[in-house]
Design a protein around this ligand. Sequence first.
Ligand code: SAM
Ligand code: DTB
Ligand code: SF4
Length: 332
Amino acid sequence: MPESNGTMAVRNDWQVDEVSKIYHTRLLNLIYQAASVHHQFHKPEDIQQCTLLSIKTGACPEDCAYCPQSSRYKTNVKPEPLLSIESVIDSARTAREAGSTRFCMGAAWREVKDDEAFEQVLAMVEGVSSLGLEVCCTLGMLTLAQASRLKKAGVYAYNHNLDTGAGYYGEIITTRRYQERLDTLKNVRQVGMTVCCGGIIGMGESHSDRIDLLHTLATLEEHPESVPINALVAVEGTPLADQPPVSPFELIRMIAAARILMPRAKVRLSAGRAALSIAEQALCFLAGANSIFTGDKLLTTPNCDFDEDRNMLELLGLEAESNAFLAAVDKR
Ligand code: SAM
Ligand code: DTB
Ligand code: SF4
């Protein structure tokens, strides 16, 4: 609802029927509304580039039906132990040189344990953060004490996705509850890390499951600063391997709705981008997406070609947020 000065208020008291109405708006109308919100709250030509690195791959005890890293499914992912601190810092340096301003380390863990591996992750965080990059981690569930140690080591954002609506969650994951995800998000908030939380479409969920996910995210006490919207990458061997690909227009709709509901958030066009044409990605950006993952790999699946991404951004008149950012870091 516009305020008297013409700007939109940031709300976290959305009702499900309001979210539903936004979600079901005629597509071009929805994109137009989302673009207006985007222009009010962001510099629309800025796109943040982020790099993902799987620091510990595969052999995860969880049963997330979409995930090639679960030990329960026979996929092509080869389990790898925790990477060395030096190799992670080297990768972060390369990512920085390639224009990324955020570096996200992912581990195929159900939860963080208070062990030697956690100490090593804390050292990785310190190293990456000293390069001037926004450090993001996604390591599974966290206690308050673990969250606090990560924050102290220099973590800027913690990624922990709700993945889908509460009602559909049990169809996708049985080894941990929705409430446990919310508890981790609460711990992340409490210690002052920023929250990165979004979901996946294309897992067989209904429109109303997506609306529930958007509603839960947009009614958190504080909106996540970062909302990744993923389209399922259907990986052979996982229970969702045969899911038909989701239409790019559904992804665009989801991005637009997230942008309208959470105006200040960075909305990230995440997994599934490699299947989109430039024209489809352009609509995602118009609908309010302002971040992408670059580099040849996401965590375990292929991503877009780096040079093609460069050309796309130039073609669309978009800028990697990094330029100004890196100049500022270099002057420090
Ligand atoms: N193990 C940690 C966890 O589950 O929180 C961190 C890593 S996990 C791979 C991070 C997120 O990646 C998941 O929550 C899910 O949203 C997304 N993801 C994983 N596999 C995917 C796939 N095949 N397609 C789309 N998104 C996926
Ligand atoms: C998120 O929402 N998407 C990224 C990031 N957060 C960690 C991960 C996507 C993973 C896609 C499957 C893979 O490459 O293994
Ligand atoms: Fe494990 Fe995370 Fe994959 Fe679930 S999404 S199986 S917790 S790595």
